[in-house]
Design a protein around this ligand. Sequence first.
Ligand code: ARG
Length: 342
Amino acid sequence: MQYPTFTKEHKSLMSKHLSEDIFNKLNTLNTSSFFTLEQAINSGIKNPDSGIGVYAGDEESYKVFEDLFDPIIEEYHGFAKDDKHQSNLDANDLIAPNPDVKGKYIISTRIRVGRNLKNIPLGPAISDEQRLEVEKLVSKELSNFENDLSGTYYPLDGMSEKDKNTLIEDHFLFKTGDRFLESAGLNKDWPKGRGIYHNDEKTFLVWINEEDQLRIISMQNGGNIKEVFQRLCKAIQKLEENMSFSFNEHLGYITSCPTNLGTAMRASVHIKLPNLAQNMKEFEKITNKYYLQIRGIHGEHSQSEDGIFDISNKRRLGVTEVQCVQDMYDGVVALIKKEQEF
Ligand code: ARG
């Protein structure tokens, strides 16, 4: 392909870091699953409003195209080329007594991680057969889950209207036709191989073959953040008994989007903060101090409504899972304290 023409509209880290020299050096390369630079940057070219604008097709992409990925990872995560990542999924190390026992502020808590199977290409480069293979492996593993984790797998392909409506009402169904994923090649052969597992209480979910092969999710109403983390750690451990996830010492858990590398974790609460909503400066002072991101409650690019916010950890790479949740927890405690001062 030719060097892409970036316009004023292109705001991504990809467009910032892909110089013509780097482009020429990487343009002819491919990984062993035949993933190319053209595929990696397509989403950022087609969606000029991308913040990142690049996806990996496999673990090897991060090496073969490192001249592009490294500066992006460094800028997004503040993580240098020879830094090492460390994992800690021991929930005992988290200090998090419920900061809102009366349930005045925290509506719900949700923690997810992304995972991909070792030696299988990531979503942007996976073949249709491999995608089905992942679905089969993971859903089979989940069918052995017991007690509070026991549940049902709902494949998207051929899902009944009734199941679909219930999953939509509960905000469990992932969105269809996301344009960033579409141009990254992540919606190929949709909806085959995609689906959602959840336990009977709907506090433990696994999305199969969305942006990552697995998104493992623990959630419940209220502010018992530790309980949510404990359930997640238990489920991850159980999955790892019989399958190996793609991980390396430098980048941690390998994900298709470089923003998720490391812990691949997003720990969040939906929280009512009507006073702070009127004082965004104070609000952001706290979220910046605790490395938190503020969103609306209707997904990634949504605005806040009625003073309800989605607050989550921003750091993921070079910090442990426990630290990610601790950042979120400590920030939430500080936010509630400030909210009460008005
Ligand atoms: N590719 C999109 C962008 O560059 C999303 C990046 C982060 N979000 C995600 N779901 N991976 O803006």
